[in-house]
Ligand binder design. Structure first.
Ligand code: ACO
Length: 430
C-alpha cells in the first residue's frame, strides 16, 4: 500500500467573540477547521451564526481529495503520489488517465483492457457530426466543443443515472474516447475539410493527429517526436486539483446532472483567458509584441496595469510551475523537427526580464504551463483557436476523476455557497 498523507496532530482553535465575550473551541483537523463549526458563534440564539467570507475560494478547501497534490511554494505536482516529471518521461497519456481515474498504475492487462474500451468509443453518432456541421464556418472550435459535449447528453440518456457505478464507467470510456474526435471534427469544420474518422490501429495521440491532418494518404504516420510531445502535453494537462474548471465539474455534477452536461460546463470554464484560454492569449501577446526589442516596453505596460503578462502567474504556484520546466525542454525537441519559431526568442526574452524584475519577483510570478505550450502547439501547426481545445482533451480525465470522487464522497451535497447580503432591507412598493 502506498503511504498516504498523514493528518497533522489534532489540535483546536480558541476563539473569543468580542461581541459577546463568549469563548469557543474549534477542532483543527488536516490543518483546517470546518467552516460549519463557525455557525455555533452567535450573538443571539436565533442568529444564523458566523459565516466564512471567501470570494474566489482563496482559502477554502471544498473537498477532500486523493487525486492530485500541489505544493505551490516548492513547485511540486503529484498525480496519485507520482511526480509529474516521472510520469511525463515514462508513461503514455492513457496510462496516466487510468492512474488519475482509478488511483493506481494499470497492470499490463488492465492497460490493454482500458485502451480497448477507450478505442471502442472513439466514434461519434452521425447525428453528432451533422450537429457540428450546423456551426458557422468561422465558429471558435472551443464553442463547438462545449456545445457538442452538452449535446452528447441527448444521445446517452442513461448517463443520468450518475449514482450507478457501471453507468458512470461507460460514460468515462465514451468521454475519453470521443473528445479527440469532437476536437478534430471542430478543426476540420473550420477549414471546410471532410471529417476524418478515427483510425483505431493508432495510439490515442496518433489517432488525434490523423483525424486532424490526414488528407489523401492511405495511412497517416505522425512524426514520433511530435507524437511524444503531444503525449507529454496531455499528461501535463490531465489534472490540476481544484482549479476553476474542475470546481465547475464538481459543482454542476453535485446537482446530479449527467457527465456530458457537467463536462460541457467544465470546458466552458476552461475557455476563459485566465484559465485554459491563456495559451491562446500568450500567442496573441507574442504577436502583439512583435520583436525582442519591444519586450521592455511591454513589461513596463504590464507593470503599469495596462495588461497582463499572459502565461505568467498562478493562483497556487508561487514558484516555477513544474509543468513549464518540462514543456520548455520539450519545445527544443519539437523545434528540431519543425524548425525554430521566431516567437521563441521573444518568449525567452520576456521570461529573462520578468524573472529578474522586482514587480514579478515580489509577486512571485513565474511562467506557468501555458507560457511555452502555445509555442509547441503552433510549431505542430495547430491553429491558435485550437489551443484551449487541446487543453480540454486530456483534462477530461481529471474532470471525470474529480466528478467521480465527488459523487462517491458521503460528505458532499449539492454545492451551494452562502452570500453576505449587503443590499436594501425590506421596503414596500409605493
Ligand atoms: N502579469 C502581470 N501582473 C500579474 C500577473 C500577470 N500575468 N498575474 C498576476 N499579476 C499581479 C496582479 O496584478 C496583482 O498585483 P497587485 O497585488 O499589485 O494588485 C498580483 O500579481 C496578484 O494577482 P492576482 O490576480 O490577485 O492573482 P490570482 O491568484 O487571482 O491570479 C492568475 C492568478 C489568474 C493565473 C493570474 O496570475 C493571471 O491572470 N495570469 C495570466 C493568465 C494566465 O497565464 N493564466 C493561466 C493560469 S494557468 C492555467 O489555468 C492552466
Amino acid at each position: 500500500m502506498p503511504e498516504t498523507k498523514q493528518s497533522s496532530p489534532a489540535g483546536s482553535l480558541k476563539i473569543t467573540d468580542t461581541r459577546t465575550g463568549k469563548n469557543y473551541e474549534i477542532p483543527i483537523e488536516n490543518e483546517s477547521i470546518r467552516a460549519m463549526d463557525l455557525r455555533q458563534i452567535k450573538v443571539k440564539d436565533d442568529d444564523f451564526g458566523l459565516l466564512a467570507y471567501d470570494p474566489a475560494f482563496m482559502n477554502t478547501a471544498s473537498c477532500k481529495s486523493k487525486i492530485t497534490y500541489i505544493d505551490g511554494d516548492k513547485g511540486i505536482l503529484l498525480y496519485r503520489g507520482y511526480p509529474i516529471a516521472q510520469l511525463a518521461e515514462k508513461c503514455s497519456y492513457l496510462q496516466v488517465a487510468y492512474l488519475i481515474l482509478f488511483g493506481e498504475m494499470p497492470t499490463k492487462s488492465e492497460l490493454e483492457e482500458w485502451t480497448e474500451h477507450v478505442r471502442l468509443h472513439t466514434y461519434v453518432h452521425e447525428n453528432v457530426k451533422r450537429l457540428m456541421e450546423g456551426f458557422r464556418y468561422d465558429a471558435h472550435p472551443m464553442g463547438i466543443f462545449v456545445s457538442t459535449l452538452a449535446a452528447l447528453s441527448t444521445f446517452y440518456p442513461e448517463a443520468r443515472k450518475v449514482l450507478d457505478p457501471e453507468v458512470r464507467q461507460k460514460q468515462i470510456w465514451r468521454l475519453i474516447g470521443k473528445v479527440p474526435t469532437i476536437a478534430a471534427f471542430a478543426y476540420r469544420h473550420s477549414l471546410g475539410m471532410p471529417y476524418v474518422y478515427p483510425d483505431n490501429d493508432l495510439s490515442y495521440t496518433e489517432n488525434f493527429l490523423s483525424m486532424m491532418y490526414r488528407v489523401a494518404e492511405a495511412k497517416y504516420k505522425p512524426n514520433p517526436i511530435l507524437t511524444k510531445a503531444l503525449e507529454v502535453l496531455y499528461i501535463l494537462h490531465a489534472d490540476h486539483e481544484q482549479n476553476c474548471s474542475a470546481n465547475t465539474m464538481r459543482s454542476i455534477g453535485s446537482s446530479q446532472s449527467d457527465p456530458y452536461c457537467s463536462a460541457a460546463g467544465a470546458a466552458a470554464a476552461l475557455y476563459g483567458p485566465l484559465h485554459g484560454g491563456a495559451n491562446e492569449q500568450v500567442l496573441r501577446m507574442l504577436d502583439e509584441i512583435g520583436t525582442k526589442d519591444n519586450v521592455p516596453a511591454f513589461i513596463k505596460e504590464c507593470k503599469e496595469g495596462k495588461g497582463r503578462l499572459m502565461g505568467f502567474g498562478h493562483r497556487v504556484y508561487k514558484n516555477y510551475d513544474p509543468r513549464a520546466k518540462i514543456i520548455k525542454e520539450m519545445a527544443y525537441q519539437v523545434f528540431e523537427v519543425t524548425g525554430k519559431d521566431p516567437k521563441l526568442e521573444i518568449a525567452l526574452e520576456l521570461e529573462r526580464i520578468a524573472l529578474q524584475d522586482d514587480y514579478f519577483v515580489k509577486r512571485k510570478l513565474y511562467p506557468n504551463v501555458d507560457f511555452y505550450s502555445g509555442l509547441i502547439y503552433k510549431a505542430m501547426r495547430f491553429p491558435v483557436e485550437m489551443f484551449p481545445v487541446l487543453f480540454a482533451i486530456p483534462r477530461m480525465s481529471g474532470w471525470l476523476a474529480q466528478w467521480q470522487e465527488m459523487l462517491t464522497d458521503s460528505e458532499q451535497k449539492i454545492a451551494r455557497p452562502r452570500q453576505l447580503y449587503l443590499g436594501s432591507q425590506h421596503r414596500e412598493l409605493k
